[in-house]
Design a binder for this molecule. Structure first.
Ligand SMILES: [Zn+2]
Length: 324
């Protein structure tokens, strides 16, 4: 049975940072640490960073008299949660596809280890302690460097038959076309997808096209320029927000979740993004969904560590013979 002394280590492996926390069954974080992800150095280096963080937290746990029972991992990429391996990944983590992530962490720490995609981990965290706590079902959409999603049903993320469920960024979007009517290229190798217009880098690309500039402007800088009143920056941010809102509204019509939670760095741009985003969601929703709560994520960058910990806590609480 879970108790406050029942604790695990949650790990979040992202393209820039690997974070970890020593978390108990009540959600209390007893220690936390993070290191830069050696994203371009390949799978072995990324794994070594994660193992190093876990080992450091295990040593810390011993000084606190705590004995972590498992490791939960949220990672960028398509993760097969059945064996915790990386099915595929974008260029943000070089050589990550094919990595036996959970098995490696388990072998090097001596603890059972479980892994899911980081957006599912984010959703698990918000559903455990954040904006969707207590919700029967929750759709989380993260709009940041990419556009990801996760649906929690009956307390667990819907993973899909091939571990791909939740890839909201790869929905077709009528906004993802250039002035000549050509679909914008997407990170998945296809074109005309939501991520190609709504992600931070895509908003920056759109701004560069609108402004006719080759400046290396980030999505964050576009948001700053929009806030300063620059019309083309505002136009790019607004189009990205509208595209995301239309997709979220359409998904809500399909899924009818109890709550919708929005996270990611782009959504942190504030009212200039949220106002057109929510207007686009509302204009898309069918009438019975008029009261659907669409809320900002509240746990910030800690959500995926919390969710990865919850994944592990949930797995170790089921009888061993029924574990997957
Ligand atoms: Zn795509």
């Amino acid at each position: 049975m879970p108790s406050a002394s029942h604790c695990v280590i949650g790990v979040d492996i992202g393209g820039t940072k690997t974070a970890a926390g020593l978390v108990d069954a009540a959600g209390t974080v007893h220690a936390a640490d993070s290191r830069p992800t050696p994203a371009a150095a390949g799978s072995a280096a990324i794994l070594a960073t994660a193992v190093g963080l876990v080992e450091s937290l295990l040593a810390h746990a011993r000084t606190l008299g705590l004995r972590p029972a498992a490791v939960g991992i949220g990672s960028a990429g398509v993760i097969d949660a059945r064996d915790g391996s990386v099915v595929s990944a974008t260029d943000s983590l070089t050589g990550w596809a094919g990595t036996p992530l959970a098995a490696h962490l388990s072998r090097h720490t001596g603890l059972p280890a479980y892994a899911v995609n980081d957006v599912h981990a984010h959703n698990l965290g918000e559903h455990w302690q954040g904006a969707s706590a207590g919700a029967e079902s929750s759709l989380l959409v993260a709009v940041g460097t990419g556009v990801g999603g996760s649906l929690i049903l009956a307390g667990a993320p819907h993973l899909g038959s091939r571990a791909v469920a939740g890839h909201v960024g790869h929905l077709a979007s009528p906004y993802a076309y250039d002035d000549g009517g050509r679909p914008l290229p997407c990170s998945c190798g296809r074109a005309g997808h939501l991520e190609a217009i709504a992600s931070g880098p895509s908003i920056a690309n759109l701004y560069r096209r609108l402004a006719g500039t080759g400046d290396a402007v980030s999505g964050r800088e576009v948001a700053v320029r929009a806030a300063a009143g620059e019309p083309l920056a505002l136009q790019a941010l607004t189009l990205g927000a509208q595209a995301a809102g239309q997709a979220v509204g359409g998904l809500a019509n399909v899924l009818d979740p109890d709550r919708v939670v929005i996270g990611g760095g782009v959504s942190a741009a504030g009212e200039l993004w949220w106002t057109p985003f929510l207007a686009a969601v509302r204009s898309e929703l069918m009438d019975p969904l008029a009261g659907l709560p669409v809320l900002p994520a509240v746990l910030g960058s800690n959500a995926a560590v919390a969710g990865a910990a919850k994944l592990a806590l949930d797995r170790i609480d089921v009888p061993e013979e029924t574990r997957v």
